[in-house]
Design a protein around this ligand. Structure first.
Ligand SMILES: [Zn+2]
Ligand SMILES: [Zn+2]
Length: 267
């Protein structure tokens, strides 16, 4: 089976991933993945924002590491990306980052629903327990919709990350996802099937079947990402991800070159 591009992978520069880009590239070649892209957690507006993003002074090193992987594996297409945290007020900073390299794509992700609550951080479970899950999901989706509408991103990352620790809301959230997906469709922004959810408490890919089905019906573009934080996670569960995409009606996914999307049929 021909595998799609794996556009979501990290490096040790974020301090919580292992394996150099050359090692991740080696794994992709082994699996027969034709194209990958690195999407390290972006340098934040301040280096002391938190401890899980790459520092600004390492941006050059990041590009160098990717270039080394390209040289080591010329048979593999390797793209330059970043996973960029969308935080209202940081738009100018994100534009500044965009100007620092001819990037192939930015994945816009929402992890923070306030400056101090990154909802996927296992050290922040207390904040989840203090809140009504619906309020967290609604705040998350408001930012996710803003991210899709911002024009800053080609792809929106793990669209229902808020399910990671299984704090599920007791009210219907599909209208919120519909608003997000309509915005993504209108702005030509892709969402990703991110297989990392299978490795988390929620035990399912991001996004959930009902959301991906709605995305397909609305004509939202699609990419695939393993969210690899180690070489053995590259392309993880991709055969199942392709079946998932097809089961809701997708027939193609996207590849990006210098932020321009090209449609690739699903095998
Ligand atoms: Zn990470
Ligand atoms: Zn992420």
């Amino acid at each position: 089976m021909a595998l799609p591009c794996d556009y979501h992978m990290h490096t040790p520069l974020c301090h919580h991933a292992k394996g150099e880009p050359t090692e991740l590239a080696a794994r992709a070649v082994e699996l027969g993945i034709p194209e990958i892209g690195f999407s390290e957690h972006n340098p934040m507006i301040r280096n002391d924002w938190d401890d899980w993003h790459m520092e600004l002074e390492n941006l050059g090193l990041y590009l160098e590491k990717i270039r080394k992987a390209q040289e080591a594996y010329p048979q593999l297409s390797i793209k330059y990306g970043l996973e960029v945290d969308f935080i209202p007020g940081h738009e100018d900073w994100i534009r500044e980052l965009a100007g620092k390299h001819p990037w192939d794509y930015f994945i816009g992700s929402v992890h923070y629903i306030s400056d101090s609550f990154d909802i996927d951080n296992p050290t922040k479970l207390d904040q989840w327990k203090e809140r009504d899950p619906y309020d967290v999901w609604a705040a998350y989706l408001e930012r996710l919709t803003q991210a899709a509408d911002s024009g800053l991103f080609q792809i929106i990352g793990h669209a229902d990350l808020c399910k990671k620790f299984c704090f599920y809301p007791d009210r219907d959230v599909m209208p919120l996802f519909q608003t997000f997906l309509e915005t993504a469709q209108k702005r030509g922004v892709a969402i990703e099937i991110n297989t990392a959810g299978l490795r988390k408490d929620c035990r399912e890919m991001y996004p959930s079947p009902a959301i991906l089905k709605m995305a397909s019906e609305l004509g939202v573009l699609l990419t695939f990402g393993s969210d690899a934080h180690a070489p053995d996670e590259v392309g993880a569960d991709f055969p199942a991800a392709i079946e998932f995409a097809k089961s809701v009606g997708y027939q193609s996914s996207c590849r990006f070159t210098k932020r321009v999307c090209e449609s690739v049929p699903l095998a």
